[in-house]
Ligand binder design. Structure first.
Ligand SMILES: Nc1ncnc2c1ncn2[C@@H]1O[C@H](COP(=O)(O)OP(=O)(O)O)[C@@H](O)[C@H]1O
Ligand SMILES: N[C@@H](CCOP(=O)(O)O)C(=O)O
Length: 317
C-alpha cells in the first residue's frame, strides 16, 4: 500500500487545471512503494504520476531532488522529471501535502532480474554518475555513515527482540566499518542511494526508468554501486549470493566507468556499510511499525545475512 493521502476527484481536477496536460480522465492509487502517496493519472492528453510527499520526505529537499531529475532528464537519462505548471512551478501543494506531477515512464520493475538486466541497470547507474559531473548542487546524505550510530542507538536493545544477538552483531560490525570507512580519496558525486530492483523500470534488457530519487545525496560514488550490489545480488532472504548477478553489475558499471584498484579493494567494506544502513533502517521500522499496519515491514535480517557475506569477503581480502 502506498496511498496515505486520498485526493478527491474535484480537487485533482482543479489541480490539473493549473497545467497544460488536458483534462482528468481517471486516477488510480498505486499500491507499490512505501514512502509517498502515488497515483496513476490519465488525462485527455496522456498519462502522468502524481506524487504526494508524506512524512519521510522533507519538503525542503524537494528542490534538490527535482533539480537533479531535471539535470539528468536534460542529459537524456531515463528519469522522471517533475512537470511545471503554466506558471513554471513544479513543486506544488495538494491536500495539505507537497505534491508534484511527474512524467510517466513505461516499463516494469523486476523481482528476479537476469544477468543481462543487471548489467544494463548498472550501466545506467554509471551513465547517471557520468551525467552529474557538472551538477553543481549538494545534499548531505541523511542516511549516510554519520546517521548509522545514532540510528543503531535509537533501535537499542529492541534489536534483540528481532533476533537474539542482533544488537551485539550489528554493534560490532558498525565499529569495524566506521573505523575503516574511507574519509577521503574517493570520488564523490550525486548518488541515487536506493537503486534497488524496484526502483529500476525495464522492458526486456532496456532500462526505461530510474525512479525514486528521494534518498539522492552527495556521497562516495562507488558506495552507490555497493548499495546496488547488495540489493540485487542475493535471494530474498539474503542468504544466497547470486554471483552471476553480482559479476554482471560490476561488468555493466565498468563498461562505462572502470573501478580504480583502491575502489575495488574498498568495495566489500562499502557494501558492508550499505548492509548496515539498510539493516538499521529496516530494524528501526520493524520496531516502530505495528505488525498489523497497512505498510508491509521489510525484513532487517535479510540485510544482516548480506552483511555476513561482505564481512567474510573483507576478511579473506
Ligand atoms: N515516473 C514513473 N513512471 C511510472 N511508474 C512510476 C513512476 N514513479 C513511480 N512509479 C510507480 O509507482 C511505484 C512506487 O513509486 P516509488 O517512487 O518507488 O514510491 P515510494 O517512494 O513510495 O517508495 C513504483 O514501483 C512504480 O510502479
Ligand atoms: N529500498 C529500501 C526501502 C526504501 O523504500 P523505497 O520503496 O523508497 O525504495 C529497503 O528495501 O529497505
Amino acid at each position: 500500500m502506498a496511498v496515505y493521502t486520498q485526493v478527491p476527484a474535484e480537487s485533482l481536477a482543479a489541480f490539473l487545471a493549473r497545467y497544460d496536460v488536458g483534462e482528468l480522465v481517471s486516477a488510480k492509487g498505486i499500491a507499490e512503494g512505501v514512502e509517498n502517496s502515488n497515483y496513476l493519472v490519465d488525462t485527455t492528453r496522456g498519462r502522468f504520476i502524481l506524487t504526494l510527499y508524506e512524512k519521510r520526505v522533507d519538503a525542503g529537499d524537494l528542490p534538490y531532488f527535482m533539480s537533479l531529475l531535471a539535470h539528468l532528464d536534460a542529459k537524456g537519462l531515463p528519469v522522471p522529471p517533475a512537470i511545471p505548471d503554466r506558471a513554471g512551478v513544479a513543486i506544488q501543494e495538494l491536500e495539505g501535502r507537497p505534491a508534484c506531477l511527474i512524467k510517466f515512464l513505461s516499463g516494469v520493475s523486476l523481482s528476479h532480474p537476469t544477468p543481462g538486466q543487471a548489467e544494463a541497470a548498472a550501466r545506467a547507474m554509471a551513465d547517471m554518475h557520468l551525467a552529474v559531473a557538472d551538477f553543481g548542487e549538494d545534499r548531505p546524505n541523511s542516511m549516510g555513515i554519520e546517521s548509522w550510530r545514532p540510528l543503531f542507538e535509537r533501535c537499542g536493545a529492541s534489536l534483540d527482540d528481532i533476533a537474539p544477538g542482533l544488537d551485539a552483531e550489528l554493534g560490532a560490525a558498525l565499529d569495524r566499518v566506521l573505523a575503516a570507512w574511507p574519509r577521503d580519496g574517493f570520488d564523490r558525486c550525486a548518488i541515487h542511494a536506493d537503486l534497488f530492483p524496484d526502483n529500476v523500470l525495464m522492458l526486456g534488457e532496456q532500462v526505461t526508468g530510474l525512479i525514486d530519487f528521494y534518498f539522492a545525496s552527495t556521497d562516495i560514488r562507488i558506495y552507490d554501486l555497493a548499495i546496488m550490489h547488495s540489493a540485487w545480488s542475493f535471494g530474498a532472504t539474503g542468504a544466497e549470493y547470486h554471483h552471476e548477478i553480482g559479476d554482471a553489475l560490476l561488468r555493466g558499471y565498468e563498461s562505462r566507468f572502470p573501478l580504480s584498484d583502491a575502489e575495488r579493494a574498498a568495495f566489500p567494506l562499502l557494501a558492508s556499510g550499505a548492509c548496515i544502513r539498510f539493516a538499521l533502517s529496516r530494524a528501526f521500522d520493524w520496531i516502530n511499525t505495528p505488525a498489523d499496519a497497512l505498510v508491509t515491514r521489510k525484513d532487517p535480517l535479510a540485510y544482516v545475512r548480506r552483511l555476513r557475506h561482505y564481512e567474510a569477503m573483507s576478511h579473506s581480502a
